[in-house]
Ligand binder design. Structure first.
Ligand code: ADP
Ligand code: GLC
Length: 501
């Protein structure tokens, strides 16, 4: 199959979270299975152009009443070769993408013109295919920034009077995070170049605003999210972010496929970013990583004290309010009352960054790094004994899977993909791969960390058995990539008759 991945992020070029990991890893896996994959992302200012090739000529993109002009760069996806090529295309537009930030900056978290930036991007994708004379069977879009692509396919490209090439293409839209939907003033709609009938038919309308994700959910041939449990959860009001009705309406076409992890990068036996590699039958490298981690944060170098690690975006989704909220967060008591060390790397909301910096300066057993570092995130995964993810919601979550294969037991809230990937400890049987809780409260986090630490000191043999079980989990991408192929085939099976303009 010819598959076009449309995304706002893809490692190693642009990343704010797991979306970037997922898009590249899925693409590489599909290519290994013999499919032809092209990824297209914007050419952000942060993408180093020196390693890219510029395609000759400009790219004309028809939008509401005007034609915008952009350019295209291209590069091979690192790690792919002649046998399984994955080509990445970068849509260039100096005014839209030649600035710091992917969606915004600290001072302007959501750029005012985001609706226009990603409208241009989604429309440009089809012009790119014409330019390179390559027409996909599958248009696979991810999250709100690419959600207009299925809409354009259905209402502007797969129609009898379009310039052709996309008659047989079908679309899949993957939800990575319902918390972000791309909701803007409907004054932005004219810029799409679509008629106002489409505004209502394609479900753009949302309380008199423009909702890009919602239109994508109405228009894509198939929908999915990144874990089976999150697919179920999002169909109910409590987790649907006001789109549960749409997802119920589309439930025949909506499913969950668990993400995999890139086992070339996240693998203690091959990891080049940790001091010493290790495997299930020889954990000396894990002990070395623990020592290095304690040294990095200036913590007491004591192997008998458990380390609880965190690698996270500092946003409400990740439960940081319950942990670090001034005056009520549980991190203070966790560090004061329990015999453990807490280490964290993260960036995000500034109140939280400040709170963490202040707490870590007062607590001798709390080491924190506010910033982004692949290297330190690998060291935390390898060197910690437990990994804390008290998410309020979690479509899939990658870090708990990384933790498991590094023998670092997750302490997680029973939600979304965390439920699908972690099995809670059972005291009687000594089974499980982690520690789980249900309540959305600081107390529940405190109690569960306390529970894990109690087992650490009182049942070390059970901790060891859990570690062994965790390290045997198989989260490689191939299984999930095959499920995506099945989904693509289902989408092809239900091509709708072209919509008359
Ligand atoms: P989300 O996409 O919701 O943030 P995931 O668990 O799916 O959550 O993916 C997060 C990804 O981002 C992981 O690869 C994680 O290691 C990485 N990450 C998040 N914050 C940082 C950070 N400060 N430094 C390094 N890596 C980070
Ligand atoms: C989102 C979700 C996360 C998921 C990732 C990759 O960022 O928050 O749970 O793992 O996308 O699909």
């Amino acid at each position: 199959m010819k598959i076009l991945m449309i995304s706002s992020e893809a490692v190693p070029f642009a990343k704010t979270g797991g979306l970037a990991d997922m898009v590249s890893a899925l693409s590489i896996s599909l290519a290994k299975l013999g499919h032809e994959i092209k990824i297209v992302i914007p050419r952000y200012y942060s993408v180093d152009r020196s390693g890219l090739k510029q395609l000759p000529g400009a790219l004309g993109v028809p939008l509401g009443g005007i034609e915008e002009w952009g350019g295209v760069y291209t590069a091979a996806m690192p790690g792919t070769g002649k046998k399984n090529p994955v080509t990445v295309y970068f849509i260039d537009h100096e005014i839209y993408f030649g600035r710091d930030g992917i969606y915004g900056t600290v001072f302007e978290p959501d750029f005012l013109d985001n609706s226009r930036r990603f409208t241009f991007f989604c429309r440009a994708v089809f012009q790119l295919c014409r330019k390179i004379e390559w027409f996909p069977d599958i248009v696979h879009a991810h999250d709100w920034p690419s959600a207009l692509a299925p809409v354009y396919l259905k209402y502007a490209e797969r129609v009898p009077d379009s310039a052709g090439g996309f008659e047989k293409a079908v679309s899949v839209l993957t939800i990575h995070n319902l918390g972000y939907q791309g909701i803007y003033s409907k004054d932005n709609f004219d810029y799409t170049g679509l008629g106002w009938d489409v505004f209502y038919n394609a479900g753009f309308e949302d309380w008199n605003m423009l909702n890009l994700l919602k239109a994508g959910l109405y228009s894509a041939d198939k929908l999915n999210t990144v874990s089976p449990n999150y697919a179920e959860e999002t169909k109910i009001q409590a987790h649907g972010f006001r789109l549960d009705g749409v997802l119920r309406y589309r439930s025949a076409d909506y499913s969950g496929i668990l993400n995999g992890i890139d086992t070339g990068v996240w693998n203690p036996q091959k990891d080049t970013l940790i001091p010493q590699r290790y495997a299930i039958d020889d954990l000396k490298g894990k002990a070395a990583a623990k020592k290095a981690l304690q040294r990095y944060f200036g913590l007491a170098e004591d192997s008998s004290v458990p380390i609880v690690g965190m690698v996270t975006r500092l946003t409400e989704q990740k439960g940081v309010g319950d942990l670090f909220g001034p005056s009520y967060g549980s991190a203070w008591s966790i560090c004061n009352d329990l015999k453990l060390q807490l280490v964290l790397i993260g960036t995000g909301e500034s109140w939280c960054e400040h709170e963490i910096a202040s707490l870590s300066s007062r607590l001798p057993n709390f080491g924190a790094h506010i910033g982004y570092s692949e290297e330190l995130s690998h060291l935390i995964e390898a060197g910690s004994d437990f990994f804390l993810m008290p998410s309020r919601y979690e479509p899939c979550g990658l870090n708990q899977m990384y933790s498991l294969v590094y023998g670092t037991l997750p302490i997680v809230r029973r939600t979304g993909g965390l439920t699908d990937t972690v099995e809670s400890y059972n005291e009687k049987e000594g089974t499980g791969t982690g520690f789980m809780f249900d309540d959305l409260t600081p107390q529940a986090i405190y109690n569960t960390v306390g529970w894990a630490v109690w087992v650490w000191y009182n049942h070390p043999e059970q901790i060891k058995a859990m570690q062994q079980r965790a390290m045997q989990q198989d989260f490689s991408w191939e299984k999930s990539a095959k499920k995506y192929l099945a989904l693509y085939k289902e989408a092809q099976g239900k091509i709708e008759p072209p919509v008359k303009k």
